[in-house]
Write a protein of this length. Structure first.
Length: 336
């Protein structure tokens, strides 16, 4: 009897000691805040896999950030000479696309309103903003499941943020659809905290002429044959009402009209001009991160470039999130 009682006391003490040593969500959040948010800057390299289409697409992401407002994010398609860079400096927000020789300028507070899973400051804010976030843990990681605050909230409402117990830095972010299926996976290869770069490093300059010429030549040689793209999402009560092809000596355009519960028009045409814009083109609205591209969005329209095609979607009745949902679903083929 005494031996059983002694064994029971030992087990109880072990459980109490384990409970006392376990860290609460609030304890971990406090550590993350001081490590991520309070740093004067950081640099990171990551891989982003997007599985929303028929085949996964892989992108390389490079980020520089210097407090308070300087950002430089380069997103490159793996094994392709295609990239976009988004820069925020004192003059505004710029999106640079070397393969098209284009630079767009926005008056925007990006990324404050639109969280980006590859920015560790945004991840910290995501965790802090979701009062119902859940923290679990395994041997090596703290795992936070939170609501997303990005442009795809309805389509991709949840994310799981994996944080190393050893370094207190994120190792990966899994973004899930409403069926809890992984659609975007960001894997962090390297994160360096405490870095600081000068304002000159955040100039919105086009890459060197040699780089631009090489990328443009590659694009000219490999530009895909123009194919009409269609939205693959299924919205009940939304139908395609009309599709017109307009051709002349200078250009070809496809105009599609949808109606019903959602009303919108999509215009698409092949990209043919590759001349470098010496002066940045002012883009109305805000930069919209579609995952595979960065577009320009207003309350009534969104425009972007993808697969050698330039797109413009307009609607008087859809929200920004709904327009982004349509844009993100566009796929080449006979999906009518």
């Amino acid at each position: 009897m005494r031996s059983r009682l002694f064994a029971g006391v030992v087990v109880l003490l072990m459980l109490l000691l384990t409970a006392c040593g376990a860290e609460s969500k609030e304890d971990v959040l406090k550590k993350l805040s001081s490590k991520w948010v309070d740093t004067k800057g950081y640099e990171l390299e990551a891989q982003m896999q997007i599985s929303t289409g028929s085949e996964p697409r892989l992108y390389e992401v490079s980020v520089w950030h210097t407090k308070p407002e300087f950002y430089r994010v380069k997103v490159s398609q793996a094994e392709e000479d295609v990239s976009q860079t988004i820069v925020r400096n004192k003059e505004g927000v710029f999106v640079i696309t070397p393969t098209l020789g284009k630079t767009y300028k926005f008056q925007s507070d990006w990324p404050e309103k639109n969280s980006q899973a590859y920015l560790i400051g945004s991840l910290a804010q995501d965790i802090k903003a979701d009062k119902e976030s859940v923290m679990t843990e395994n041997k090596n990681s703290y795992i936070f499941e939170t609501k997303t605050r990005n442009s795809h909230q309805k389509m991709l409402p949840t994310q799981q943020i994996f944080i190393s117990k050893k370094t207190l830095l994120p190792t990966k972010v899994s973004i899930l659809n409403d069926q809890k299926q992984e659609q975007i996976l960001i894997t962090f290869d390297k994160i360096t905290l405490g870095t600081s770069r000068s304002a000159a490093d955040y100039k919105a300059d086009m890459p060197s002429e040699e780089t631009t010429e090489n990328e443009t030549a590659s694009t000219d040689a490999e530009l895909p044959v123009f194919q009409t793209h269609y939205p693959t999402l299924q919205w009940e009560g939304v139908d395609k009402l009309d599709e017109k092809v307009i051709k002349n000596d200078k250009e070809e355009r496809v105009i599609m009209t949808y109606g019903g519960n959602k009303e919108f028009t999509i215009i698409q045409s092949p990209i043919t001009k590759k001349s470098v814009d010496l002066v940045p083109v002012f883009a109305a609205g805000d930069p919209a991160d579609l995952g595979f591209a960065i577009g320009a969005i207003t309350d009534k329209s969104i425009s972007w470039e993808q697969n050698g095609v330039q797109f413009f979607l307009a609607s008087d009745s859809m929200t920004r999130e709904e327009m982004i949902t349509v844009a993100s679903s566009m796929t080449a083929g006979d999906l009518k």
